[in-house]
Write a protein of this length. Structure first.
Length: 134
């Protein structure tokens, strides 16, 4: 059985639109929420470490971090002697993330109401398989 290109092409867009809408009151987009949450959980990371942790190409990561740095949610500093760029979550970033968590939880609860446990399990399995080949 082949997977319809229209379905595969729209899946990421549909997820992004859903989470962006649910997070809208916080002022964060789902990509920003994810980056801030990773930094909260993992602590300051180099660009390479963060890129690997979230499985995102470094150029895409830098493009996503710039707006967060500009509005003071993260701080990027060059660490000596390695000259690696270390990404830190600021107090503003942490407080914004904490304010967004209830909206994230609402989104999760909404999905729990419309998707069965089995559907979520299968979906996660498919995503893991697709990640393993990419």
């Amino acid at each position: 059985m082949r997977i319809d290109k229209k379905i595969m092409g729209r899946q990421p867009e549909l997820c992004t639109v859903f989470y962006d809408e649910m997070l809208k009151p916080s002022g964060l987009k789902v990509t920003q929420y994810s980056l801030l949450n990773h930094l909260r959980r993992l602590g300051p990371l180099t660009m390479n470490e963060l890129s690997q942790a979230i499985r995102l190409e470094r150029t895409t990561l830098v493009r996503n971090l710039k707006p967060l740095e500009k509005i003071g949610m993260i701080n990027i500093r060059i660490e000596n002697p390695s000259h690696a760029r270390l990404v830190h979550l600021t107090e503003k970033g942490l407080s914004t993330l904490e304010m967004a968590i209830p909206y994230w939880n609402q989104a999760q609860q909404h999905l729990d109401k419309i998707l069965t446990y089995e559907e979520i399990r299968v979906f996660k399995g498919v995503l893991q398989k697709l990640e393993s080949i990419g």
